[in-house]
Design a protein around this ligand. Sequence first.
Ligand code: NAP
Length: 334
Amino acid sequence: MHVFVIGGTGTISRAIVRELLSQGHTVTVYNRGTRTDKPPAGVEVIQGDRTNRELFESTLRKRTFDVAIDMISFNAADAASTIRALPNIGQLIQTSTVMTYGPPFTSLYQDINAPLNGRHDGGYGAGKVAADELLLEQAQRGGVPVTIVKPSFTFGPGQPLFRQVDWGTNWIDRLRKGKPIIEANEGDNFFQFLPAADAATAYVALCGLKAAHQRIVHVVNPTALTWHEWHGLAAQAVGVPLETVSIPWDILVAADAKRYSALTTCLGHTQVFSPQSLLDLVPTWQPRVPLGAAVAETIEWLTKNDRIDNADTDLLEDRLIAAMRQLRSSVQDA
Ligand SMILES: NC(=O)c1ccc[n+]([C@@H]2O[C@H](COP(=O)([O-])OP(=O)(O)OC[C@H]3O[C@@H](n4cnc5c(N)ncnc54)[C@H](OP(=O)(O)O)[C@@H]3O)[C@@H](O)[C@H]2O)c1
């Protein structure tokens, strides 16, 4: 198959490209060429910015591919542009997200019929819902066949390694320096963490699969972990014992609502989604990369690319930890 990837040098899409090549497919990618890690040899690169709609669409209308994977479609306008650009494609795989379901998330192991509460978030989730709906509607009218893929948290070289309470990377530096890290409510909410290489095998299995047309498919790790377990994997990768200080969620948000906004928008909620929609189509799929190894590889990439922030310039965490310890000791004294 000749597969066209919009993106292709990102965290998930780079892994998809590698998997496609390893299975003998021909690959063309479309991106602006800003990444230092260039695509592997043998990949055709079309350089361009998809937000320049006219150029994006006219360039691609001259081309023929079997399957297109859109990694950077965030709203209905992006999705409509992709269809105008590739009106005769055999299958369009749209990258959506589990954040279309919430917060709030209504149950554990939510399946593809769960309420789309993300449509009300006014941003990321709402944009993805609108893109997905536009694509499915046009497919039902006989247009381009689509597969909507909804990955959960997917990580690997190329992007920061998140923790529970914020989007920064200095927690890795804290671990290295033997400092404790903050967890909200003991880091006890569950998440699904998927190595990008495992997401890639799912995407590639869906390529060219007729049964996947007009289907919504979760690409998630069937095994959920708590954030505390996740932090433990990072400590193991760094080679230190994990030391944490639990602070109630609402105290963190009250201390710095902006800094800890990730707790309210995404990371502070239990989010567990059923993998059944994928297993129905690809019963043999399962994650193969050990999570600890994938965490270690990501930390290695971040270190090599100087992407781990210095914890010493961020004093808020030390102050909150000291305040929490003092609170505990005064409660004990009382
Ligand atoms: N990681 C997760 O946990 C997760 C979970 C659910 C869904 N997702 C979805 O996964 C997708 C991200 O995939 P990824 O990890 O491969 O992406 P990524 O790491 O964000 O990389 C983005 C890719 O798109 C290219 N790109 C960005 N803006 C572009 C533009 N305007 N025109 C052309 N190319 C552009 C980038 O290359 P250049 O910068 O060189 O252009 C790069 O190849 C998003 O749709 C996201 O919503 C991610």
